[in-house]
Ligand binder design. Structure first.
Ligand SMILES: [Zn+2]
Length: 425
């Protein structure tokens, strides 16, 4: 392949390249960036001398698409105890929360994440953060924001400040969110661990309420995400036409895992995506983890079977059947710092028994499909954004190395694990 280097093309030489499609890793591959886009991906051997001479040598590294973390809470503080994170959130001013969010945004960029979907805002703080990053005022990943999650009085994350208790109230709340500029609707179909007074094992909205939420959001052109951590809330969410099921814990009203057959039957006729969140309580169950005793105790108290692979046995049949499964971190919740996204990818490898390339695909291309942005990001392919995560080492047969560089919109924003400030302002 012959092209001049004077026309704005910049070449990277990757020792190993994972394109995000989940397929076999490519070796010794050149990626050509122009402006904010990827223009070429081609074998290094096909590059002319002049292009080779100008290329950034990443032949000792692995290049993947920038990670897309489809489920985060930028305003949360990752404390070991949920109650401490909640209290900090409830007692902080909007300005204080914005600063927490700005710091977490930088941390996720340092962790190779170039796009996040935030599902836990309050007072539209994350919308302001999203816009500041998009304007180049602050460093960070591209942000999609749900605003404050829609929940019931006393329901999961009611302390984010957006409750509704009837079909009419739900309709009104969704209209307020969408007209305020959120990118996606997040609805809490059942209780959650972070809200002790909610019930994680039973639904909190009716099918009618969820259906109105989805209908209204779709009318505004917004996709919908449902927090669903038990079988009945998953059934109701699918019946309502929810676009992405968050956590999607297929468990009965006592928290016991159920066989995946019915879930698969419900999912296959739909285009519903599943977001599996593998957070701190899963990261500490990695085979080589060395957790604090308090973290391990929290993991054991939450894990239904005591093991990563056995807890997530229901995921493999979904992947094999072609359900769009995205991998996300739930960063911001207990001991889930934003910089540790590659630990979540490793949990996917161990938990689902997939290859590193497949796990990366779930954290890039599949996540982009879930979010409706696969035409812009999630693959190393011509025409898509120049978002790249460069990792140490080239042997991905077992695992992934730490983050070495990050490119966002074709610009180097993290180099040798440090933020490249000069390029951002
Ligand atoms: Zn969450």
């Amino acid at each position: 392949m012959t092209m001049t280097t004077t026309d704005g093309l910049r070449w990277l030489r990757g020792g190993t390249v994972l394109t995000g499609d989940g397929g076999d890793p490519l070796t010794d591959t050149a990626i050509g960036l122009r402006g904010n886009l990827i223009e070429f991906i081609t074998p290094w051997a096909e590059l002319d001398e002049e292009s080779r001479a100008s290329a950034s040598d990443l032949s000792a590294h692995t290049i993947a698409p920038g990670f897309i973390d489809a489920h985060v809470h930028l305003l949360f503080t990752c404390e070991v105890d949920h109650e401490v994170t909640r209290t900090a959130f409830e007692t902080s001013s909007a300005a204080e929360l914005a600063l927490t969010g700005a710091r977490n945004a930088v941390e996720s960029l340092l962790g190779g994440v170039t796009t996040v979907r935030d599902l836990g805002d309050t007072r539209f703080v994350v919308l302001a953060l999203r816009d500041a990053i998009a304007a180049g005022t602050l460093p960070g990943p591209r942000v999609l924001s749900a605003g404050a999650p829609l929940t019931t009085t006393g329901g999961h994350l009611h302390w984010c400040g957006n409750t509704a208790d009837s079909v009419d109230e739900v309709r009104k709340a969704v209209r307020v969110l969408c007209s305020s500029g959120v990118d996606v609707l997040k609805v809490m179909a059942c209780g959650g661990n972070m809200t002790r007074e909610s019930n994680v094992h039973v639904p909190q909205f009716t099918v009618e309420e969820l259906t109105v939420a989805v209908t209204e959001a779709h009318r505004f052109g917004r996709r919908t995400a449902a927090h669903a951590s038990n079988a009945e809330s998953i059934r109701r969410s699918i019946a309502a036409g929810i676009d992405t099921l968050e956590h999607c814990l297929w468990r009965d009203e006592n928290g016991a895992p159920l066989p995946a057959d019915e879930l698969l039957e419900l999912l296959l006729p739909t285009v519903t995506s599943v977001t599996v969140t593998l957070a701190g309580i899963q990261r500490v169950m990695l085979s080589d983890a060395d957790p604090e005793p308090v973290e391990l105790a929290a993991a054991q108290a939450t894990s239904p079977t005591g093991g990563l692979a056995s807890d997530y046995e229901w995921v493999k049949p979904l992947i094999d059947a072609g359900v769009n499964v995205a991998l996300a971190s739930d960063a911001g919740v207990r001991f889930t710092p934003f910089r540790g996204f590659h630990e979540t990818v490793r949990c996917g490898i161990e938990g689902f028994g997939v290859t590193p390339s497949q796990a990366v695909g779930m954290a890039t291309h599949n996540a982009a499909k879930s979010l409706g942005i696969a035409d812009q990001v999630g693959l190393i392919a011509p025409g898509l954004r120049g978002d790249l995560a460069v990792m140490e080492g080239t042997d991905v047969s077992r695992n992934l190395g730490a983050i070495h560089q990050v490119y966002r919109n074709g610009r180097l924003v993290v180099d040798r694990s440090q933020l490249v400030i000069g390029d951002l302002f």
